[in-house]
Design a protein around this ligand. Sequence first.
Ligand SMILES: [Zn+2]
Length: 428
Amino acid sequence: MAIYHLKGGRVIDPASRRDEKADLWLVDGKVATKDPGRKADKVLNCKGKLVTPGLIDMHVHLREPGREDRETIATGTRAAAAGGVTSVCAVPNTDPIIDTQTGVKFILSRALSDAVVNVYPYAALTRGQRGEELAELGDLLQAGAVAFTDDGHPIMNNRVMRQGLDYARTFGALILDHCEDLNLAEGGVIREGELATRLGLPGWPAAAETIQVARDAALAESTGGRIHICHVSTRESVRMIREAKSRGVKISGEATPHHLALTVDACATYSTNAKMSPPLGTEEDRQALIAGLLDGTIDVIATDHAPHTTIEKDWMFIEAPNGIIGMETSFAVLNTALVKTGLVPIGLLIEKMTIAPARLLDLHKGTLTDGADADVAVFDPEMTWTVDPDKFQSKARNCPWAGQELTGRPVATFVGGRIAYELGKPVG
Ligand SMILES: [Zn+2]
């Protein structure tokens, strides 16, 4: 395996509280912080660049099996590599739903043959994600599932969620919840409020999320189970997670780049690339999410990368499917919206996208200490570029930043010491 010498970059490794100009070597698939005494096959000039652990995106829809017209493990992981992401966690709401050992093993074997980054499968918490009876959690963990979620099909039955938390606790496993009261949210396509009224679109009330966050906090507290709140979008949810954490509840929070960078105003032109679930919130919600990042209430940033075909998205706002792709723009969007504006320090941003998800999921990734897996990203934090979805590695084009200028871009991505992406070159 080639030896890489990453020379003179700013090495940011939040796990070891390291942020300094230094060299780094990738040798036999591992990180070396000191000169290994062997001649490097390739020297990469990293002057002015950030050298960080490869990003870990714990919320990704790869769509395979079943919707390979939207994305595949091959294309989704190439999109990841192009975004500086070296590990993705694949959500199980595929067709068929991943709720058996066979399903988990399918994802792992397909990843082995097709993926260019690490793929960690989630399994459904309930059979068929029907929210009625629990899946065989022990078997699923044994097959390689790293956590459980019915994302895409929120669990409405509180008794089932309680049983899930109780059962998962015996394995120390995490449950990820898409918090949405389906009765309250029914028919809603945009956050309820003045803009929804003005546009004549049915509103999705903030309480549809916060009620389920309150439910989850209560059940995590009474069972001792571990709950992770996906894509938090309301300031009330942030407040509840903060309050539950202060009482020692095993609850964690996730925010997406779109909820951190955009508000409901992005829907003003009826652009279906601003339609997601949960919907974009107000500026107060966005500020609360940023405050949550800063004080530790929001543990991780994940994209909820949700590819759809252009035909599906090119439809009336009210009919179009929810979600946007995110892995090829996540660093640039957050660098532009949060770091360049002075709202969030770069080290904290990298922490939320590397070691924080690794710790939640016990992945043994996300650091650049000596001997760590050589999953590394190199970013140019000053490079400006115009987002052109036609150049994306993803099969999908549903990106709200198309045509916009962003600052910051991945220039190289290494997975296990091998180069997976280099700006301007074919991926993989
Ligand atoms: Zn979701």
